[in-house]
Write a protein that binds this ligand. Structure first.
Ligand SMILES: [Zn+2]
Length: 70
């Protein structure tokens, strides 16, 4: 199943398949990938409710993690 992603940096829309997700993370609903256009490295999270992907630039994602440790 593929889902639409929209790069928050350049606005480019692309598709991500769940197969690109790295299950080694232990988080099958999360993955990472680069925007084909601006090459920004993103964290990708499946938003099952809205059938889309949440695309967060990796740096921002890591900052969010620091401020919200679980
Ligand atoms: Zn982009």
């Amino acid at each position: 199943m593929s889902k639409g992603c929209k790069c928050p940096i350049c606005g480019y829309e692309f598709w991500a398949c769940k197969s690109i997700f790295q299950e080694g993370f232990g988080m099958p609903d999360m993955g990472s990938g680069s925007c084909p256009k601006c090459k920004t490295f993103h964290n990708l999270t499946v938003d099952e409710e809205n059938e889309r992907m949440i695309v967060t630039p990796w740096e921002k994602h890591m900052k969010n993690k620091e401020s919200d440790p679980r």
